[in-house]
Ligand binder design. Structure first.
Ligand code: G6P
Length: 610
């Protein structure tokens, strides 16, 4: 994974690089580093273990001054987080490289390079890139050609930025499978893993394609395709605002993002209707004709986005009456498929850069899925660019690693998709209008459920010393339970599992004792009675029950159960509402545990490696 940034200018680039790194910290935060060429073309490098603040402090003590430089924030893949393994990696004080991705054949290359006398100082796969470029420079190749030749021997996915003391007026970049954008400034140019990293400097971008290499100077940018031919890539103007995202009155971004959900959902819905009828154009100009042909839906995603897909499967089959399958992207991409004719291939991703989801999309096209649609939060992302149709969730930047508003806006967007497909498949105008009316009430219902926070804070106090927790739900609330369990494990480090409540007796019941809190989601739907029986099975075994239940759910008779009442909500929309108290519970448990809520250990927000 990791985030990379680079710049070439007529001024010192260190502030640009540092600001870029801060904006890329969501991609990894176990160590960071920067390398510049100073006015004598000497390669200078500073690296620090820990967050970017540590690097910033080191640079305040000993500034690096240079008009060309590269920088990196790391999420360890090969080698522990340490200063030694932090990027940039250098070769013979002559070449410095930052890398995002994985070099799959690094062991073989390392052997060959060691045989040539190159010494390795890290355990990373990246260091081979620096040495390999040096091999080609030694043969007399210019920097661009040396980088291109190196890309030719690397296997795997990578985006790299390279500087060399032998070529001090060029910053060279290459992209193969990992994201990389080029920012165009005024007599200065930049590279970065995403647009957001550079919006404080420029709004003008070129998106490199797989196989592209680029040479950046202060005068301009030249791009070459995989065959080495000069190519033009279109310039895009971004609408992403330059202002850094503020935490405001909130203690963490995650808390802020939980509380932004009403507004975020309102934005997801905005302009997507005319009166009470959904506009197909919201999905793209060709959406109407494509939706007419849809007979089946295949959803692919990772993490929280996968949970959104699982809820959508219930909706798609129940409301639209269209068969729907959901699979995690890392599984989808490595198995054989029977492609049903008329299938719409739907990817869901907050970032639009998740490597497995992108690879699954590519794979899907190769094996014959003809129509693709992305539900995504980032308009400039690779996923959106590579999909035929897209629906933006408009959640706004999500900084907390544990996804919250991205999830509820994904669900909202998915419901729009379900309606769009359902309309062609017999869903009545009345049903459509009824769901749309409920959707418009959603923001105020979100505000209402957020008011449970003080009571959830009290519940959270019981979780501080717990090692495990079990989440239960039935029907479309099973994926909600999964999302609740994921939130708890991500940020509080308490082991949490989710089960469809009916499965309890087939194993997990053995885990129940007075040390195992069981959290259940109990809306007042047709499965409530069944769920109640499952909860009684837990109670009979001394389990401690925490139940989020509809105001009207008849659960009073269950003595000793901790109950929090959620205002009445339409069945279809209940998964969106019931997710929110689970987010709050995880957040407040994490506060009690004193973890790093926004940047939990070992994780990153956007996983751009397999
Ligand atoms: C990482 C993040 C999760 C996210 C998942 C998928 O694991 O920590 O919060 O759900 O990636 O990311 P995407 O951007 O594709 O939704």
């Amino acid at each position: 994974m990791c985030g990379i940034v680079g710049a070439i200018a007529h001024r010192t680039v260190t502030p640009v690089l540092l600001e870029g790194l801060k904006r890329l910290e969501y991609r990894g935060y176990d160590s960071a580093g920067i390398a510049v060429l100073d006015q004598d073309h000497t390669l200078l490098r500073t690296r620090r273990i820990g967050k970017i603040l540590e690097l910033e402090a080191a640079l305040q003590q000993a500034p690096l001054v240079g008009r060309i430089g590269i920088a990196h924030t790391r999420w360890a893949t090969h080698g522990v987080p340490s200063e030694r393994n932090a990027h940039p990696h250098v070769c013979r004080e002559r070449v410095a490289v930052v890398h995002n991705g994985i070099v799959e054949n690094y062991e073989a290359l390392r052997g060959e390079l060691q045989a040539k006398g190159y010494e390795f100082t890290s355990e990373t796969d990246t260091e081979v890139i620096a040495h390999q470029i040096d091999v080609f420079l030694e043969q007399g190749l210019p920097l661009l050609k040396a980088v291109q030749a190196t890309c030719g021997v690397l296997r795997g996915a990578f985006a790299i930025g390279v500087i060399s003391s032998a070529h001090p007026r060029e910053l060279v970049a290459a992209r193969q499978g990992s994201p990389l954008v080029v920012g165009l400034g005024d007599s200065e140019n930049y590279i970065a893993s995403d647009v957001f990293a550079l919006v404080a400097e420029t709004q003008r971008f070129l998106f490199l394609e797989d196989g592209d290499t680029a040479v950046l100077t202060t005068d301009g940018v030249e791009i070459y395709d995989a065959a080495g031919a000069a190519v033009e890539r279109p310039v895009h103007e971004t609408r992403i605002a330059a202002d850094a995202v503020e935490r405001g009155e909130y203690r963490h971004y995650m808390q802020k993002e939980i509380h932004e959900q009403a507004i975020a959902v309102e934005k997801t819905l905005d302009g997507r209707y005319q009166g009470e009828r959904l506009l197909d154009e919201a999905f793209g100009d060709t959406a109407a004709a494509i939706f007419d042909q849809v007979r089946n839906v295949q959803i692919v995603a990772c993490g929280t986005s996968y949970h959104a897909g699982m809820v959508a499967r219930y909706w798609m089959e129940e409301i639209a009456g269209v068969p729907c399958q959901v699979e995690v992207a890392s599984e989808f991409r490595y198995r054989r498929h029977v492609v049903q004719p008329g299938t719409l291939f739907v990817t869901i991703s907050q970032s639009g850069e998740t490597a497995d989801t992108l690879a699954a999309l590519k794979q899907a096209r190769l094996i014959g899925y003809t129509h693709t649609l992305a539900i995504c939060n980032v308009p400039e992302s690779s996923l959106v660019r590579e999909s035929e149709l897209a629906l933006m969730t408009r959640a706004g930047p999500e900084i907390g690693v544990a996804s919250t508003k991205a999830f509820t806006t994904q669900l909202t967007a998915l419901l729009l998709l379900v309606i769009a497909i359902g309309k062609r498949n017999g869903i009545s105008k009345e049903r459509e209008v009824a769901i749309v009316r409920e959707l418009h009430r959603l923001p105020s219902q979100i505000e209402q459920v957020l008011r449970l926070e003080p009571e959830i804070v009290k519940w959270a106090e019981n979780f501080g010393d717990k090692k495990d927790a079990l989440y239960l739900g039935r029907g479309m609330h099973y994926p909600v339970a999964m999302e609740g369990a994921l939130k708890l494990k991500e940020i509080s480090y308490i082991h949490a599992e989710a089960y469809p409540a009916g499965e309890l007796k087939h194993g997990p019941l053995a885990l129940i004792d007075d040390q195992m809190p069981v959290i259940a989601v109990a809306p007042n739907n047709e499965l409530l009675e069944k769920l109640k029986s499952n909860l009684q099975e837990v109670q009979a075994r001394g389990g401690e029950l925490y139940v989020f239940a509809d105001v009207n759910a008849p659960l009073e008779s269950m003595a000793g159960v901790k109950l929090l009442r959620v205002a009445e909500v339409n069945d279809v929309l209940a998964p969106i509402i019931y997710t929110i108290p689970l987010q709050l519970l995880a957040y407040h448990v994490a506060l009690i545990k004193g973890t790093d809520v926004d940047q939990p250990r070992n994780l990153a927000k956007s996983v751009t490696v397999e």
